[in-house]
Design a binder for this molecule. Structure first.
Ligand SMILES: Cc1cc2nc3c(=O)[nH]c(=O)nc-3n(C[C@H](O)[C@H](O)[C@H](O)COP(=O)(O)OP(=O)(O)OC[C@H]3O[C@@H](n4cnc5c(N)ncnc54)[C@H](O)[C@@H]3O)c2cc1C
Length: 385
């Protein structure tokens, strides 16, 4: 796929030493046993409060995260912006336990919204529902139309963040979580869209297209928005919790909510891209993927529909530290690209880093793709030195 192949553009901002470190890390992540063992040790260290920042920060943290604070992340935002790549500063805390911790997370998220407001290179804000939910709230809400104080507190936090983003005119993306939490999140997103998406998409829901019910959901959500006359915004992803979902469904004896194979997930993702483009008059699309075929399809369909590359309703996004060959090359062709840039205290980001390591644990998969392009660039640099 020609557009993605220019490694000089992809790694322009990376020194030889950065590339060497990335190569070592992706190679190590390509050994599933090693990745599994490291993830287990990290989880144990986290539980026992054993400090591991000294080993994590200069290695995987540096590869996949913007820093421990917004201020540190700003340096990365500025560096990406030199190549027309924007950022979504993502305070990547998950599952906070005390009210005090949740309050701190909400303050951090509103600070990231102010940061977006002040930085043209940061066109979106984001939050993860589990980070603002009192313990047990999402589990309870999944089981009934619950009105317990925990669930009400979650709703209040959710509404507050959408309102804060809307007041500043900063679009906000709500990350998708495991299926059994998702109903209350979907319901809140729908209400917030109706309230705040009157002139354009401010609130974006995330659809995990590995779920076999999501294409229908998308169709209905767009239909509802047409009927009630508001805009919709969707971040489309394939989904990050496939193993947990299948395991839970097996254990609890209900049918798996996930497509039976990768091909059906791919088809659903691509169909959702097309559905969003077909409804672009009222829908904004944020395609969160490292999949070249899906992005190629997006670009072809945009061209066929005479949609400008930099149409503000369409973004593609990759995670920081991954698929730079896609992000920087698309940006060089004027497509809107925003890297998801997680930041926060290292102990908060361990679950995120474990997911990244697990995602990269096959040389036949993502880590192989990363290594392929890093090796091509290393060879190109050697030839021209
Ligand atoms: C900007 C951005 C934001 C994200 N936000 C979220 C989020 O809010 N919530 C979330 O859950 N994830 C999120 N993700 C992660 C995402 O869901 C995927 O896990 C990840 O991007 C890999 O999918 P892909 O499309 O990039 O690549 P690909 O390599 O093409 O696809 C891998 C994905 O395909 C699916 N898959 C693989 N094997 C099978 C199989 N046998 N059967 C069915 N499906 C299969 C899985 O979803 C797997 O993750 C985000 C990713 C990005 C880039």
């Amino acid at each position: 796929m020609e557009i993605f192949h220019n490694t000089q553009i992809a790694f322009k901002n990376r020194s030889d030493s950065d590339l060497k470190k990335a190569r070592i890390l992706f190679r190590l992540m390509g050994y599933p046993f090693l990745t599994g063992l490291t993830a287990l040790l990290a989880k144990i260290a986290l539980r026992l409060r054993i400090p591991i920042g000294w080993i994590v920060k200069p290695t995987v943290f540096r590869l996949f995260c913007g820093g421990e604070t917004l201020n540190e992340a700003k340096a990365v935002v500025d560096r990406l912006a030199t190549q027309n790549v924007r950022s979504v500063a993502d305070f990547a805390a998950e599952n906070r336990e005390s009210e005090e911790e949740i309050r701190q997370v909400i303050n951090e998220i509103t600070a990231s919204m102010d940061f977006a407001k002040a930085n043209q290179a940061v066109p979106f804000s984001v939050f993860k529902p589990t980070a603002i939910a009192p313990p047990g709230a999402l589990e309870e809400a999944g089981s009934a139309g619950d009105k317990s104080p925990q669930v009400e507190k979650f709703r209040e936090n959710f509404r507050y963040l959408c309102h804060y983003a809307s007041e500043r005119g900063i679009p906000v993306m709500v990350d998708a979580e495991e299926c059994h939490y998702q109903q209350i999140i979907d319901d809140l997103c729908t209400r917030m869209m109706e309230l705040y998406n009157k002139d354009r998409a401010i609130v974006f829901n995330t659809l995990q297209m590995y779920r076999h019910d999501r294409l229908d959901y998308l169709k209905q959500a767009i239909g509802r928005a047409r009927e009630k006359q508001y805009y919709t915004g969707f971040k489309l992803v394939r989904g990050a919790y496939m193993d947990q979902e299948r395991e839970r469904a097996g254990k609890m004896g209900y049918p798996s909510p996930i497509h039976p194979d990768k091909e059906s997930t791919d088809r659903a993702f691509n169909d959702a891209v097309v559905m969003c483009l077909d409804n672009i008059d009222i829908t904004s699309l944020f395609a969160g993927t490292h999949n070249e075929e899906s992005l190629l399809l997006l670009m072809e369909r945009m061209k066929a529909a005479n949609i400008q590359n930099d149409d503000p309703r369409i973004y593609s996004s990759q995670l920081y530290g991954m698929s730079d060959h896609i992000s920087f090359n698309m940006a060089a062709h004027d497509y809107n690209v925003a890297k998801y840039l997680p930041y926060g205290p290292i102990r908060y980001l361990i679950p995120y880093l474990i997911r990244r390591a697990e995602e990269n644990r096959s040389v036949a998969g993502q880590s192989g793709r990363e290594l392929h392009y890093i090796n091509l660039e290393a060879r190109r640099r050697k030839k021209h030195s």
